[in-house]
Write a protein that binds this ligand. Structure first.
Ligand code: UDP
Length: 466
């Protein structure tokens, strides 16, 4: 909707250009100062909403087609009644918990009875596992005897508390890896699902964990480049998004408009957006510089929607750096959102003309998946799992520098037909490879392979990463 047609929708840049108000301050109440980088957040985002009930498999038929749903039922037929146990270290927060929240009911609906257990531990355990996590990503660390003992002790406590009489036991990430000691004569297959990047792990931590990992029947990684050399079969499972979640479902345009109005985003002009935690590795300051370079040639606004700054001192420092870099440009809108703003993020992504994810390092980069799913022309750093998603100039564009990013912003804004084409191809790429339903299919195929059943090959779906 064009603000000119609707006086109720006044863009912030127009507000700041209205000279009449400033000439007659005594006739009006003094207006609240407008934040140079956006309005105060609307009240409704401060309270977490009640989550909607999880969808059923048939609800996905409108997206992936009825035949794909039938394929899932077909693949599950010979697995019916089998029991699966998923184990991870947190019930809420983070991508793994979000994914398990969907995967568990979907497998159960296919009568592959799936249970999800969360390991428990004291602060000392989670301090050690957080340090392991960082060290496995390459951070410096001194592995002590005491850290090893804490790790083993809590794994042992959990082993004694849990039972493992399932057909498939899936251990997510390193925290519960030593539960493999519970393996007994039962014919259960044990799978280690590693969600983190192991390409450059701290050698001592990896040496400590490796003997546990080698006892599994298979390991799964999220990208070819994240895998290690191991004597067990390795599989590649891409992370995935749920197209029916609050963050990804289709939205009514009036809702998108309302969110833009509430957040001070002017839909009559191009919108370039990056959604990301305020983290240096996401390079939000680099995005501001790229926008400023592009802005010399093309009109646009920049929206930086992030979170995590409130409870993370480093996040708060990065947010401040971003504000400093933005200066007093009224076309830069910085939003520090609470973690439950899936719907708002969805609306902002849908309102955007271009989405940027200029990461310097990345895991898989789910924000890229979300942008592509919304058919948005996407510019992203060629790091981590992003090149799995963005095939340069086909499903998006890859960049390596601020200048490259600025060039692509300018190019996409001035070549809308090309932008539309890569956006459409990006959505198809996500539909084929990175939706929750494809992930369910991969699990079913793997269960069949590991239990010695005919794999019913669908070659592009489950590939060996080894
Ligand atoms: N996200 C969010 N609120 C924010 C910033 C990010 O909900 O303020 C979401 C984003 O939409 C995506 C996830 O957090 O679903 C980030 O995943 P990604 O793999 O891109 O990066 P990570 O933060 O895990 O490094």
């Amino acid at each position: 909707m064009n603000p000119v047609d609707n006086p109720a929708i006044l863009s912030r840049s127009q507000e700041s250009r209205t000279p009449v108000e400033s000439k007659i301050p005594s006739l009006r109440p003094v207006p609240a100062p407008i934040h140079p980088h956006g309005r105060p957040l609307p009240k409704y985002v401060t309270t977490p909403p009640t989550p909607p009930p999880p969808p059923h498999l048939d609800d996905y038929a409108g997206i992936i087609g009825k035949q794909q749903i039938e394929t899932l039922h077909f693949l599950a037929e010979e697995l019916r009644g089998r029991r699966v146990k998923m184990v991870n270290s947190t019930a809420v927060g983070g991508g793994v918990a979000e994914m398990l929240n969907r995967l568990v009911p979907m497998l159960s609906e296919l009568e592959v009875h799936t249970q999800w257990d969360v390991i428990t531990g004291g602060n000392d355990f989670f301090e050690v596992t957080k340090a392991f996590h960082n060290a496995l990503h390459g951070a410096p660390y001194e592995l002590t005897r005491s850290a090893q003992d804490i790790f083993l002790m809590y794994n042992e406590q959990n082993r004694q508390r849990m039972n493992f009489d399932d057909d498939f036991v899936i251990i997510h990430d390193p925290q519960p890896a030593a539960l493999i000691r519970a393996r007994n004569d039962h014919a259960a297959k044990w799978i280690w699902r590693c969600h983190i990047d192991l390409s450059n792990p701290h050698p001592d931590v990896w040496q400590f964990l490796r003997p546990f990992i080698e006892q599994f029947d298979a390991a799964i990684f999220s990208s070819q480049s994240f895998a290690r050399q191991l004597p067990i079969p390795q599989y590649l499972f891409y992370p995935c998004i749920d197209p029916l979640s609050e963050k990804n479902k289709e939205l009514d345009d009036t809702f998108v408009q309302k969110i833009c109005d509430d957040f001070g985003i002017d839909r009559s002009r191009p919108i370039v957006t990056q959604v990301s935690r305020f983290d240096r590795l996401k390079d939000p300051v680099g995005v501001v510089h790229a926008y400023k370079l592009a802005k010399k040639y093309v009109d646009c606004q920049l929206v930086l929607a992030g979170g995590g700054a409130a409870d993370d001192p480093e996040g708060a420092a990065v947010l401040q750096e971003v504000k400093d870099a933005a200066g007093n440009d009224p076309d830069i809108i910085i939003l520090d959102l609470p973690p439950w703003c899936g719907l708002e993020i969805n609306a902002i992504q849908r309102a955007s003309t271009i989405i940027v994810q200029k990461s310097l390092r990345e895991g898989f980069g789910l924000t890229v998946t979300e942008a592509l799913w919304k058919g948005k022309p996407t510019i992203a750093g060629a790091v981590g799992g992003i090149p799995n998603q963005i095939i340069h100039k086909l499903t998006g564009v890859l960049v390596h520098s601020i200048e490259g990013c600025a060039f692509q912003i300018r190019y996409l804004l001035t070549h809308p037909e090309f932008a539309r084409r890569i956006g459409t191809a990006g959505r198809e790429h996500v539909k084929e490879n990175f939706l929750m339903t494809t992930n369910v299919k991969r699990w079913l195929l793997l269960f069949r392979i590991l239990s010695g059943q005919k794999p019913v090959p669908i070659p592009s779906d489950t590939q060996s990463a080894a």
